[in-house]
Design a protein around this ligand. Structure first.
Ligand code: PA5
Length: 563
């Protein structure tokens, strides 16, 4: 029996058990005991997290008003929307914007989810503030990044247009009663869209968090919801077996992970590739905890069968008429690797995919016996970020770190030793056992040329080490795979990449004041150092390579130094 056949067998048995346990009917009944039964604290979190199952009933009636609001914004002359948010509050809008683009005459959408001062200033410099609407999106309303972006852009807008006009350029999407909801009122925002508080960040795409930015871009949100609702019907409570696509996918994901195939490798048609970023967050943040987890591998080009160990599950996401690694996947399947295939008839089918994967992830969570709706390590990172800022404001400096090696302008920090960079990297990477993975965490401006250079490094590592590799820009990934990095079984090896910040931008202490005790550069550095420390404390293997003044040159040298 091939590995794929064995997995298929295990999935069928699992589905039979699910049917006996009445999983589907209980899920649609919002039965919290499907996850962590008997644990009161978890039960309370789950009870507050199942609103994504009732969005069709609760959110749909609001769509007409939402579209009218978007038309009003457009009519008022706005041409650009900028979404300020992290993780579950930003990834869906970003994916929709990269896959659909804006309809003619509607607002272009840019997403800011980086504290890198280069990224903040690059964006600030290209905005026509008079025609820009800022969407401050934060469920909790207390996340440090969106609040910092808000203060920075509000002050700039007030400076350019006058304090009285500034508020009308801001829209909040948040939970009722949050700090941000209060700020929206205080500063006269154009509107505050108050979301259902029973929907968690990464499950919020089909609520205001995904739909408001979609409406601003001129997408037909009704159509997106139609497709989502069709997927939900296909996953209905009466379908208790393999005929339920969400249940089936969740059973495969969970069962594969239990048998060691815990690297879900997404292969998407070019146009759908950005969907991977949303999916990565959903899966990693939902499952990466209690020393378990499914590692989503996205954006890793396909290699030949010999590039992979027995720890992969491949998922093809194909747009009808486009290819998505078809030949290579056929070869992998022949070599015994399991491959799941999903096809979309057009881009609006993404509505269905969003729902399908939410449901599958919830099912996989049950199978792994975890709570797929909490994110303890992300919350811990948020607290750490607020603490480091407070400490910086008090002391005026960040903790000093001494490099273990300096070579050709590159400095190496952390658990590494060797006479040269090559030797140190070799020793670090030699710790990778079968089933390990390598995560590149880039606290760098997320520019296309940087991403291309990082991809080249990643591919070299994958091919040399035969390891699954991931790549994330910091601090964005802290609200996504960051949960899994610290919460999973601990087989990851982490390379943090930092660089000099040639420019910096102050974060205003308060709205309307120029006083600033912390800059974006400091925040980004504090986030890198803080997460490095959190990884090390969780027993993870982590090094940091500071690339110096030139990111491109630094990455070339890193590639040359790789074993
Ligand atoms: O899924 C999650 O809970 C997280 O990724 C959050 O969406 C992210 O941390 C942003 O949180 P908030 O919307 O509260 O600012």
């Amino acid at each position: 029996m091939t590995a794929a056949e064995a997995l298929d067998d295990a999935v069928r048995r699992r589905l039979a058990r699910f049917a006996e346990e009445g999983v589907m009917a209980r899920l649609w009944d919002a039965d919290t005991s499907l996850w962590k039964p008997g644990d009161d604290a978890h039960q309370r979190v789950v009870a507050r997290s199942l609103g994504w199952l009732s969005v069709f009933r609760d959110v749909r009636p609001e769509l007409g008003e939402l579209e009218a609001f978007a038309a009003d914004v457009r009519g008022a002359g706005f041409r650009q929307a900028v979404l300020l948010g992290m993780g579950g509050s930003s990834l869906a809008p970003e994916v929709l914007s990269r896959i659909f683009g804006s309809a003619p005459g509607w607002l272009d959408l840019a997403v800011l989810d980086s504290t890198d001062p280069g990224a903040v200033l690059d964006l600030a410099e290209r905005l026509d503030l008079g025609r820009t609407l800022f969407i401050v999106a934060s469920k909790s309303g207390t996340t440090v990044e969106p609040l910092s972006f808000f203060k920075f852009f509000y002050n700039r807008t007030a400076e350019a247009l006058g304090a009285r006009a500034a508020g009308a350029h801001f829209l909040a999407v948040t939970d009722p009663g949050s700090l941000l909801a209060g700020q929206a009122e205080e500063h006269g925002f154009r509107a505050a869209l108050l979301n259902d508080p029973n929907i968690g960040g990464r499950y919020s795409v089909l609520s205001y968090f995904g739909l408001a930015p979609a409406a601003m871009m001129g997408l037909t949100v009704e159509r997106l919801m139609d497709r989502a609702e069709a997927a939900a019907s296909a996953c209905g409570p009466e379908r208790a077996g393999a005929d339920n696509p969400g249940l089936y996918l969740g059973a495969i994901m969970g069962q594969a992970a239990l048998s060691g195939r815990d690297k879900l490798t997404l292969v998407a048609s070019d146009r759908l590739a950005p969907f991977g970023d949303w999916l990565e967050q959903l899966i990693a943040e939902s499952t990466g905890k209690e020393s378990k987890g499914i590692l989503p591998v996205v954006g890793e080009p396909l290699g030949p069968a010999k590039a992979y160990g027995p720890d992969r599950l491949f998922v093809q996401l194909k747009l009808a008429g486009q290819e998505a690694g078809d030949r290579a996947l056929a070869g992998l399947e022949e070599a015994g690797q399991p491959v799941v295939r999903l096809e979309l008839k057009d881009a609006y089918d993404l509505g269905g995919q969003f729902f399908l994967w939410e449901l599958a992830t919830a099912v996989a969570g049950r199978l792994l016996a975890i709570n797929p709706f909490d994110q303890p390590d992300v919350e811990a990172a948020k607290v750490l970020a607020r603490q480091s800022l407070a400490e910086y404001a008090r002391k005026g400096q960040l903790p000093e770190q001494k490099p273990v090696l300096v070579e050709a302008g590159l400095s190496l920090f952390g658990q590494a030793a060797g006479a040269s960079l090559r030797e140190a990297l070799q020793a670090f990477l030699a710790q990778a056992e079968p089933g390990a993975y390598l995560a590149l965490q880039a606290y760098l401006p997320p520019r296309p040329e940087t991403e291309a250079a990082l991809q080249a490094v990643r591919l070299r590592l994958r091919d040399r080490l035969k390891l699954a590799t991931t790549l994330g820009f910091g601090p964005r990934f802290l609200h996504s795979t960051g949960q899994l990095h610290k919460g999973d079984a601990g087989r990851g090896l982490f390379i943090q990449l930092t660089a000099d910040q040639p420019r910096d931008a102050p974060i205003p202490d308060e709205i309307g004041s120029t006083a600033s005790s912390v800059s974006f550069g400091v925040l980004e550095t504090a986030q890198a150092l803080g997460d490095g420390q959190a990884l090390a404390q969780a027993g993870r293997r982590v090094i940091r390579l500071h690339l110096g003044a030139e990111v491109g040159r630094g990455l070339r040298r890193l590639k040359e130094a790789l074993p």
